[in-house]
Write a protein that binds this ligand. Structure first.
Ligand SMILES: Cc1ncc(COP(=O)(O)O)c(C=O)c1O
Length: 360
């Protein structure tokens, strides 16, 4: 009999704590009220402080919408963006960039991570003025060395855009220290809120670019409209998902109560190391090459597709645990176990115990 009180160990949406869920259940306010200004101002200021950003905005829509808003608002058709995919989400990032600018790509095979040595020849030979990549390639559980790559690109005068949707807050990040100009994450990942919000952070360079742009080829994704309205009264240009904003505020409260971003990084890194240790002890290969393992999701390789399907189905049917399959090159025999957001270590161990029993 399938359990109905299941445990989500997928890389987003992640389980939402009861207090975060309940935060949405309030009498509605309008987005043209002082209460709203207080709420929205608090969220934007807090995310800017967490990431060391000059400005931050919460947008209604999923993470991909925030990423698209960065490309729409910051890049120009006349310039070239070098994108560095190493999986499905990196491919989608390049596709998004291609709507607004000219794209060049350099690709790594599944499981490999981008570091500066690998990226540098592509950056130097690209003639690009924008560099964009995914921090955490969710499809495989691979963490790219965003800081070294973006610092290098930024020192060359490039604008850097990072999709941190599945990385934050479990992976170390500070805009200035990582040389990043535009950053995005989503509410349903490490933040541990329901899906439906994107949060973007901007560096001084990004803000200057935005302020100097004469036209943005989108109305709803034009971050200049967010800046203008925020400067006026800390409100949004259109009606946002107010209930989700309450949930986001509670999720930030929980993050703070649990020791803030630094503690979140430690908690995620420790869980990732524990999961890797247990899976390798069971004889599974890890998808990520050593040194590039994600803090938030671990991809591992089964003997064959039948084993992968069996594990996933049995976890679901007998334990009420949902995990995800890998994407791309490991779509057939790879599985992904997420340790993202406000996960419970005992749920991870219950999942690993069940996998161990199935391996015998
Ligand atoms: C790295 C990365 N980028 C983009 C996305 C797309 O996010 P959303 O579905 O919130 O638009 C995801 C979702 O899994 C992701 O992991």
């Amino acid at each position: 009999v399938a359990r109905t009180d299941g445990v989500l160990l997928t890389p987003g949406p992640v389980p939402v704590l009861p207090e975060i869920r309940r935060a949405q259940d309030r009498v509605m306010i309008t987005h043209r009220s002082p209460e709203f200004s207080q709420l929205y101002g608090d969220l934007c200021r807090r995310f800017a402080a967490y990431t060391g950003a000059t400005e931050a905005y919460v947008l209604t829509g999923s993470g991909a919408l925030g990423l698209e808003a960065l490309f729409a608002s910051l890049t120009d058709r006349q310039e070239t963006a070098l994108c560095l995919p190493n999986g499905e989400f990196g491919d989608k990032l390049a596709e998004t960039a291609g709507v607004y600018t000219t794209v060049r790509t350099a690709t790594l095979p599944g499981g490999q991570g981008w570091n500066l040595a690998r990226a540098q020849p592509h950056i130097d030979g690209s003639g690009a003025s924008v560099l964009a990549l995914v921090y955490n390639e969710t499809g495989y559980g691979v963490r790219n060395d965003v800081a070294a790559i973006c610092q290098y690109a930024k020192a060359k005068g490039m604008l850097t855009i990072v999709d941190g949707i599945s990385a934050w807050p479990g992976t170390p990040f500070n805009l200035a220290q990582c040389g990043v100009d535009g950053f995005v994450t989503g509410s349903q990942k490490g933040i541990g809120a329901p899906p439906g919000l994107a949060v973007v952070a901007l560096s001084p360079t990004a803000v200057t670019r935005l302020a100097q742009r004469e036209a943005v080829p989108s109305y709803c994704l034009d971050l200049r409209r967010y800046r203008k309205r925020f400067a006026k009264d800390q409100q949004t240009p259109n009606t946002p998902a107010i209930s989700l904003l309450w949930a986001l505020q509670k999720a930030f409260d929980v993050l703070d109560q649990r020791g803030g971003v630094a503690a979140a990084v430690e908690r995620h890194a420790a869980a990732a190391a524990h999961v890797r240790q247990r899976l390798t002890a069971l004889g599974f290969d890890l998808v990520a090459e050593p040194g590039y393992a994600s803090h938030t999701v671990t991809g591992f390789v089964c003997r064959d597709a039948a084993e992968a399907q069996g594990i996933k189905a049995t976890l679901q049917r007998e334990h009420g645990i949902t995990i995800a399959g890998c994407r791309g090159a490991y779509a057939d025999r790879g599985l992904r176990l997420a340790h993202m957001g406000n996960f419970e270590p005992h749920d991870l161990d219950a999942c690993l115990d069940a996998i161990a029993a199935l391996r015998r």
